[in-house]
Design a protein around this ligand. Structure first.
Ligand code: RFL
Ligand code: PHB
Length: 402
């Protein structure tokens, strides 16, 4: 079999790329290791930057997002028992964020692709990429018990942090940067009306907590825990009590309800450079990871594939590779801004396991500075909503985009 772009992974990056390419009249085949059911129910991100929303809407995948997405114009920072508002829109000339679950984006994109009859295969095994440095890279895989080979012009590695694509790049090509944090997040999805009207980031001396939401009936709540902790040690009652202890303040208590999902995730920062080897292009979590405190992972994945689709379309139209050659550097500029912001938010809000009173006072001082200084609040706000123009494809020697 032959296609123009072989896409490995049907997460937000792979599915969005396929949809963007289709709009340009470029064929692709999407290969996913897990089942449709699994991919559609993997609860993860929920905060979308305006640029992410624009890409999805522009790609024709925004119909339900526009109807059901909840626009927020601010976030809250809670510390020392007080809740402070960071007015994102006021500080950024009108930018906002949209609350819409990653699961819903994935469901929307899968439905569109299957309805169009475009190739998207689930439960594909033993995916391997070959001949990356040649003009005809290949993907081999097993599907329905049979071995297949897909010849491609290009391969997009959208298969997440543990995928096969980055691992196939020969040793010595990539430079990797990483940091592990001694923190985990216990996340729950609860059928309880959010009592908070905006996302609340809470710093306490018991550790961090985050109050988010998915709809007027569903709360998404997180507690800092150890990264290696067993979720079995967190019966529902303990979770609610700990959330109340960290996030409850006079006049703001939580609504409780049945817990539909409960899981613990460790945190890391990671970047692989460059995001390309020959005809393999990495996008999303396959190339970089951020701790979730800045709500950047999904947004970076969508930003990468927006640039990749533009670069592939440029090559398709003119045969030139200048935009593809500019892809990795353009992505990495935005990636590193998000890496710094996510590390900064994480360091400011979590309680280090060996924290001494000095550390906690520094964090409190930093938080107070953020809510008291308009310059600091604006810096947080413009990173949180996503810096406009932080990732544009520029070609050396060509005029900069307006
Ligand atoms: P994904 O979503 O991991 O998708 C990769 C896909 O590739 C498949 N795969 C393979 N397929 C074929 N062959 C192989 N060998 C394969 N190996 C893997 C996988 O099954 C999967 O379907 O990566 P992608 O598309 O790059 O998307 C990235 C985002 O999922 C991720 O960055 C975000 O979820 C991070 N994140 C958040 N990001 C935000 O922008 N805002 C948030 O509010 C936010 N909150 C979060 C988060 C991540 C979290 N966790 C669980 C890590 C909250 C949490 C708790
Ligand atoms: C979420 O709603 O899942 C969420 C919100 C903010 C974050 C991370 C996750 O920083």
């Amino acid at each position: 079999m032959r296609t123009q772009v072989g896409i490995v992974g049907a997460g937000p990056a792979g599915l969005t790329l396929a949809q963007l390419l289709r709009a340009e009249g470029i064929e692709s085949v999407v290969l996913e290791a897990r089942s449709r059911e699994h991919v559609e129910h993997r609860i993860r991100a929920g905060v979308l930057e305006q640029g992410t929303v624009d890409t999805l809407v522009g790609a024709g995948a925004g119909e339900r997002l526009r109807r059901e997405g909840i626009v927020h114009h601010g976030i809250r920072l809670q510390f020392g028992g007080e809740r402070h508002r960071v007015p994102l829109s006021e500080l950024t000339g009108g930018a906002a964020i949209v609350i819409y679950g990653q699961t819903e984006i994935v469901k929307d994109l899968i439905a569109i692709r299957l309805a169009a009859g475009e190739p998207l295969l689930f439960e594909v095994e033993d995916v391997a990429v070959h001949d990356l440095e040649s003009d005809l890279p290949r993907i081999t895989y097993l599907h329905d018990g049979r071995a297949h080979e897909l010849e491609c012009d290009l391969i997009a590695g959208c298969d997440g942090f543990h995928g096969a694509c980055r691992a196939a790049i020969p040793a010595g090509v990539l430079t990797e940067f990483s940091r592990e944090y001694p923190y985990g997040w216990l996340g729950i999805l609860a059928h309880a009306a959010p009592a908070h009207d905006e996302v609340v980031y809470c710093h306490t001396d018991r550790g961090f907590a985050l109050l988010s939401l998915r709809s007027p009936e569903v709360s998404r709540l997180y507690l800092q825990c150890r990264p290696d902790e067993d979720v079995a040690g967190w019966p529902d009652e303990r979770i609610w009590e700990e959330l109340e202890a960290r996030a409850g303040i006079p006049g703001h208590s939580l609504n409780r309800g049945p817990i539909a999902e409960k899981s613990i995730t460790g945190m890391r920062s990671y970047v692989a450079e460059p995001m390309r080897h020959g005809r393999l292009f990495l996008a999303g979590d396959s190339a970089h990871i951020v701790p979730p405190t800045g709500a950047k992972g999904l947004n970076l994945a969508i930003s990468d594939v927006t640039l990749l689709a533009e670069a592939i379309a440029g090559r398709h139209r003119s045969g030139g590779t200048a935009l593809l050659d500019a892809y990795s550097d353009a992505c990495l500029r935005r990636v590193w801004r998000a890496e710094h912001f996510s590390w900064w938010m994480t360091s400011m809000l979590h309680r280090p396991p060996d924290a001494d009173p000095f550390d906690l006072r520094l964090q409190q001082s930093q938080l107070r500075y953020v809510v008291q200084s308009e310059a600091m609040a604006r810096s947080l706000a413009e990173n949180y909503v996503g810096l406009a123009g932080a990732a544009a494809l520029t070609v050396p020697g060509a005029p900069a985009p307006a």
